[in-house]
Design a protein around this ligand. Structure first.
Ligand SMILES: Cc1cc2nc3c(=O)[nH]c(=O)nc-3n(C[C@H](O)[C@H](O)[C@H](O)COP(=O)(O)O)c2cc1C
Length: 424
C-alpha cells in the first residue's frame, strides 16, 4: 500500500507539530515565502495536475489562478471540511491525523492567491477533530508558522475556524459560503454564482477541500514530477478511498488514482463479506451511478468513471453484496436525499419526497405496475433541475436501479412484498 502523501506518519495517531517538522513539515511554506512569487506557486500547482478531491475534480491550479488574477484585490480562501456524504470519511481522518499538513496547505494557498482572510469551515459535529485542529493552530502560531509575520517574512495568515451545520447541503460550496455569512446553508445557482467570482462577501474566493489542500505542501517540497509519478496522466496523485458496505476490511485507503476498482475491493477491502458475491458498487458515493460486476476493472479516476456514466466524487466506495435489495437500497438513498434537501428548489423538495414515497410503496408490497412508469418519468423530469446536485443524485440512483435491476422492482410488485428479504 502506498502512503506517501497524505497519511504519512499517521499510524500512531495525530502527527504533532514536532513530528511534522522533523519530517520536513512547514519547509514547503518557508520555501515559497522566501523564494517564490505567488504566481510561481500557482504555476507549480497547475503543472502538478492536482484536481479537487471534494467531488468535482476541478483543476486546483486553474481555480487559484482565476482568483489570483481577478482584478478585485479583496479575495478569500475557504477550506471545505463539511463532509456529510454517506460513505465518505476521509476529510475527518485528515483533520484528526494530519492537521498541520492541512494548515500548511492553507497557508501556501493563502499566499498564492493573495487572500485577505482564510477560513476553515468544519462540520460542527466533528468535535474531536475541531479540538485537534484548534490546538494545531495554537501550536503553529507559537512557533511563528502561522499568524502575524510568519517566519519573519512579512507574510501573515490567520486561519479562522467556522463551525458549520451537520448537513449534506452545507458542504456544497455556495451553500457553505452563505452559511459563513450568517445566512441559511442554501446553494446558489451556478452560473453566475461561482465562488471564484462571487464568493465570500461577494468577492473572489477559492474553495478547496481538505484533501486537496493537504496535497499542496508535498507537491511544493517534492516537485511536480514526483507528484505525477503517482496516479494517471490526467488525474495524478493519490486519493483517499473510503470503502464501506459489505466488505471484509472497510476503511480509508490512500492509493494512487487509477487503481482498478477490482483491486480496491478484492486486495485492499479484502473482498466481499461472508463469502458472498458482489452485486453492485457505488464508486463515488450515492450521487453517482453504481456499477455492476462487469465494470469493476474500471480505473478509479475522475475521467474513466465519467466515460462509463458514473463518477468518482469524493471516492466514497459503497459495496453491496448479492443479498441486498436494490429497491430498499435506492429507497434508503432517496430517503437521505429527501431529508437533506434544503427545500429551496421545488423539483428537489417535491422530487425527493415523491421518489422516496413511490419506492417505499413498492418496497412494502403496495406497488402497482404503473408506479414503475411514474418513477421513470419523475426521475427523468427532475434530473438536473436544482441549484445543486441533490435532486440529480436521487434521480440517478433511481434510474440506475431501474436500468440494472428491473426484475427486482417487478417481482416486488407481483409478490406484494420484498422478494429479496425472503430469498436471503
Ligand atoms: C450537496 C453537495 C455537498 C458537498 N459537500 C462537500 C463537502 O462536504 N466537502 C467538500 O469539500 N466538497 C463538497 N461538495 C463539493 C463542493 O461544492 C466543492 O466543489 C468543493 O469543496 C471544491 O473543492 P475542491 O476543488 O478542492 O474539490 C459538495 C457538493 C454538493 C453538491
Amino acid at each position: 500500500m502506498t502512503q506517501q502523501i497524505l497519511l504519512k506518519d499517521t499510524t500512531k495517531g495525530t502527527v504533532d507539530l514536532e513530528t511534522y517538522q522533523k519530517k520536513g513539515g512547514y519547509q514547503a511554506l518557508e520555501k515559497v515565502l522566501r523564494h517564490s512569487q505567488p504566481l510561481d506557486v500557482i504555476e507549480t500547482i497547475k503543472r502538478s495536475g492536482l484536481r479537487g478531491r471534494g467531488g468535482a475534480g476541478f483543476p486546483t491550479g486553474k481555480k487559484w489562478e482565476m482568483v489570483a488574477t481577478h482584478r478585485e484585490l479583496e479575495r478569500y480562501l475557504a477550506c471545505n471540511a463539511g463532509e456529510h456524504e454517506p460513505g465518505t470519511y476521509k476529510d475527518r481522518l485528515l483533520l484528526r491525523l494530519n492537521p498541520h499538513q492541512l494548515l500548511e496547505g492553507i497557508a501556501i494557498a493563502t499566499y498564492a492567491v493573495g487572500a485577505r482572510e482564510s477560513h476553515l469551515f468544519i462540520n460542527g459535529a466533528f468535535s474531536e477533530e475541531i479540538a485537534i485542529v484548534k490546538q494545531a493552530i495554537v501550536d503553529a502560531q507559537k512557533h511563528g508558522l502561522l499568524g502575524h509575520n510568519i517566519l519573519g517574512t512579512g507574510f501573515s495568515c490567520d486561519i479562522q475556524i467556522f463551525l458549520g451545520p451537520d448537513t449534506y447541503v452545507a458542504g456544497e460550496e455556495t451553500a457553505m459560503l452563505e452559511c459563513m455569512q450568517g445566512r441559511e446553508a442554501k446553494p446558489k445557482h451556478k452560473p453566475p454564482y461561482y465562488p471564484t467570482v462571487y464568493g465570500l462577501y461577494g468577492k473572489p474566493t477559492v474553495v478547496n477541500n481538505v484533501e486537496t489542500l493537504s496535497n499542496v505542501p508535498p507537491i511544493v517540497s517534492n516537485g511536480t514530477d514526483w507528484f505525477r509519478s503517482f496516479g494517471t496522466k490526467t488525474c495524478p496523485g493519490t486519493m483517499l478511498f473510503s470503502i464501506s458496505g459489505d466488505i471484509n476490511r472497510p476503511g480509508v485507503y490512500e492509493l494512487p488514482l487509477g487503481i482498478s476498482l477490482r483491486k480496491l475491493i478484492e486486495d485492499f477491502g479484502g473482498g466481499i463479506k461472508d463469502g458472498r458475491t458482489l452485486k453492485a458498487v457505488y464508486p463515488g458515493g450515492p450521487s453517482h451511478a453504481f456499477l455492476t460486476p462487469k465494470d469493476i476493472d474500471v480505473s478509479m479516476d475522475f475521467d474513466s468513471l465519467k466515460v462509463i456514466g458514473s463518477g468518482l466524487g469524493s471516492a466514497g466506495v459503497i459495496v453491496l453484496d448479492d443479498t441486498r435489495c436494490m429497491v430498499e437500497q435506492t429507497m434508503n438513498f432517496c430517503n437521505f436525499f429527501r431529508d437533506e434537501s434544503c427545500g429551496q428548489c421545488p423539483p428537489c423538495k417535491m422530487g425527493t419526497h415523491y421518489l422516496h414515497q413511490i419506492l417505499e410503496k413498492i418496497e412494502t408490497g403496495h406497488g402497482k405496475p404503473e408506479d414503475l412508469r411514474s418513477l421513470q418519468q419523475l426521475s427523468g423530469f427532475v434530473k438536473g433541475r436544482g441549484d445543486c446536485t441533490v435532486i440529480t443524485g436521487a434521480a440517478v440512483a433511481v434510474e440506475c436501479s431501474l436500468r440494472h435491476f428491473p426484475e427486482e422492482f417487478e417481482s416486488h410488485i407481483k409478490a406484494h412484498r420484498c422478494t429479496m428479504k425472503v430469498a436471503s
